[in-house]
Design a binder for this molecule. Structure first.
Ligand code: ADP
Ligand code: ASP
Ligand code: MG
Length: 406
C-alpha cells in the first residue's frame, strides 16, 4: 500500500515529539507500505515568524512573507528525516519544490496547479520514506509560495491524489473531528464518520481541524480521509462520501470563527449597479466578502453591511473609503470584535424550524444576533466576539449534541 501521513505543528512541536512521529512512520514502513509524510512547521513557528516580520516592518511584502514562512516547514522535514535515519530508516526530506509541487503565483494563498511526481516516485521506488514540506510550492516564476494558514492538510491530500495513494491520514492534537471545537465545548463528541459536504461546511465556517481546500480536493477525487491523534492509536474520524442513509440528527456540528469583521455603509443609493461598484472595488483589493445584508429601502436609500476576514479589514476599509462617494454613502462603520457561530447538518435541508431553534437558543442566552446567513446545510449568525464561546455551548446543548452517544 502507498500511504500518506500528515503531522501538524503540535505533533512535531519538540524534539521528543518528532522522535515519536518518526517511530510511527517507521512502523508504517516496516509493515511493508510505501510512505510519504507531510509535516507542518514546529509548534507556533509560523505565528512566531509572522510576529518577527511585524517587528521589522508594519507592511511586509507578500513575496518575502512566503520566503520567510516556508522556512518553518523546511526545519521540520530535515529534523524528522534525521530522526527516521537514526532509527535505521532510509528517508529523504523534500521541500515543496523538490517534491514537484507547482502552484499559481498568488503569494500567501497559492493554489496547487499540478504535481510532478517523478522525484517522489523515484525515492519511493528506491525504498525511501519521503518527508515533504507542507504548505509550500513553486510559482511559475520560480518563487516559493505558501498555500494559506493550515495549508499543509491540502499538500497531503494533493500528494495522495497525485500518487493515487491508498490512504491519507491526518494526524493532529485531537482524536478526530468533533461536534464542536473541544477547546470551547468540553462535552463535544468525536464523530466516527462525517460526509465531505458537512466537513467542508465545518472547515469553511472555522473548524480549523482540516483546511477547507483539502476537503474540497478529497471530495472532488473521492479520496477518503482519516483524522486521528498523533498521541494515541484510537481510530479517529472518517471523512468520506455520504452513506445514503436517512439522517437521525438534524445538526452534526457547531463551528465558530473569530477571524471576522463587519463593515456597514449607510444611506447608499438605491439604484442598479451600486452593489456591483462596491463589491467590485473590494474584489479589486483581493478581499473576499462573506455575508452581505442590504436593508429595506427608504427615500431611495438603504444600508449595506458585509463581513470579511479580520486579516482583510484594512484593505476592505481602504476600498470602501475610495468608493464611498461614488455609491452615495453618507458614511460607514466597522466592528472587528465580532465572531461567527454556525450550525451544520445535512439533515436540516428537509426539516423546517432549525433556524428558529437556533435563534431561540441564542435569545435564551441574551445573545444578540447581528447578521444571519443560511444555506441548505448550515445557518450562521454574527454575534459579539465575547459571546461566541457561550453561543457555541448553547447551540451544542440545544441540538442534542451534548447528549450524543450517551
Ligand atoms: P494541526 O497543527 O495538527 O494542523 P490544528 O490546530 O490546525 O492542528 O487543528 C486542530 C485543532 O482544531 C484542535 O486542537 C481543535 O482545537 C480545533 N478544532 C476546531 N474545530 C474542531 C472540530 N470540530 N473537531 C476537532 N477539532 C477542532
Ligand atoms: N505552518 C502553517 C500554518 O501554521 C501550515 C500548517 O500548519 O498547515 O498555518
Ligand atoms: Mg492545521
Amino acid at each position: 500500500m502507498l500511504i500518506v501521513h500528515k503531522y501538524g505543528g503540535s505533533s512535531v512541536a519538540h524534539a521528543s515529539r518528532i522522535k515519536q512521529v518518526a517511530a510511527r512512520v517507521w512502523q508504517a514502513r516496516r509493515e511493508g507500505n510505501d510512505v510519504v509524510v507531510v509535516v507542518s512547521a514546529m509548534g507556533d513557528t509560523t505565528d512566531d515568524l509572522i510576529a518577527l516580520a511585524g517587528q521589522v516592518t508594519a507592511e511586509p511584502g507578500k513575496r518575502e512573507m512566503d520566503q520567510l514562512l516556508s522556512t518553518g516547514e523546511q526545519v521540520s522535514i530535515a529534523l524528522l528525516t534525521m530522526a527516521l535515519q537514526a532509527l535505521g530508516a532510509d528517508a529523504v526530506s523534500l521541500t515543496g519544490r523538490q517534491a514537484g509541487i507547482a502552484t499559481d503565483g498568488v503569494y500567501g494563498k497559492a493554489a496547487i496547479t499540478g504535481i510532478d511526481t517523478g522525484r517522489l516516485r523515484d525515492e519511493l521506488a528506491a525504498g525511501r520514506i519521503a518527508v515533504v514540506a507542507g504548505f509550500q510550492g513553486l510559482a511559475p516564476n520560480g518563487d516559493v509560495t505558501t498555500l494559506g494558514r493550515g495549508g499543509s492538510d491540502t499538500t497531503a491530500v494533493a500528494l495522495a491524489i497525485a500518487l493515487r495513494a491508498d490512504r491519507c491520514e491526518i494526524f493532529t492534537d485531537v482524536e478526530g473531528v468533533y461536534t464542536a471545537d473541544p477547546r470551547v465545548v468540553p462535552e463535544a463528541k468525536k464523530l466516527p464518520l462525517i460526509s465531505y459536504d458537512e466537513m467542508l461546511e465545518l472547515a469553511s465556517l472555522g473548524a480549523v481541524v482540516l483546511h477547507p481546500r483539502s476537503v474540497e480536493l478529497a471530495k472532488l477525487h473521492g479520496l477518503p480521509l482519516v483524522v486521528r491523534s498523533s498521541f494515541n492509536n484510537k481510530p479517529g474520524t472518517f471523512v468520506r462520501g455520504d452513506s445514503g442513509m436517512e439522517r437521525t440528527h438534524l445538526v452534526s456540528g457547531v463551528a465558530h470563527d473569530l477571524n471576522v469583521a463587519k463593515v456597514g455603509l449607510f444611506d447608499v443609493l438605491d439604484q442598479p449597479g451600486i452593489a456591483h461598484r462596491l463589491f467590485a472595488a473590494l474584489a479589486a483589493e483581493q478581499v473576499n466578502v462573506d455575508m452581505i445584508i442590504q436593508g429595506a429601502t427608504r427615500n431611495g436609500q438603504n444600508d449595506i453591511a458585509f463581513t470579511v476576514k479580520r486579516d482583510d479589514l484594512k484593505r476592505a476599509l481602504a476600498a470602501v473609503e475610495a468608493i464611498k462617494e461614488a455609491v452615495g454613502a453618507k458614511g460607514y462603520t466597522y466592528d472587528d470584535h465580532v465572531g461567527k457561530v454556525s450550525i451544520v447538518g445535512a439533515g436540516m435541508v428537509t426539516r423546517p424550524g432549525v433556524a428558529a431553534a437556533m435563534f431561540e437558543a441564542l435569545a435564551a442566552e441574551g445573545i444578540n444576533i447581528e447578521m444571519i446567513s443560511t444555506s441548505e446545510i448550515k445557518v450562521s449568525c454574527i454575534v459579539k466576539e465575547a459571546e461566541v464561546p457561550r453561543a457555541v455551548r448553547a447551540l451544542h446543548r440545544r441540538f442534542g449534541l451534548d447528549a450524543l452517544g450517551k
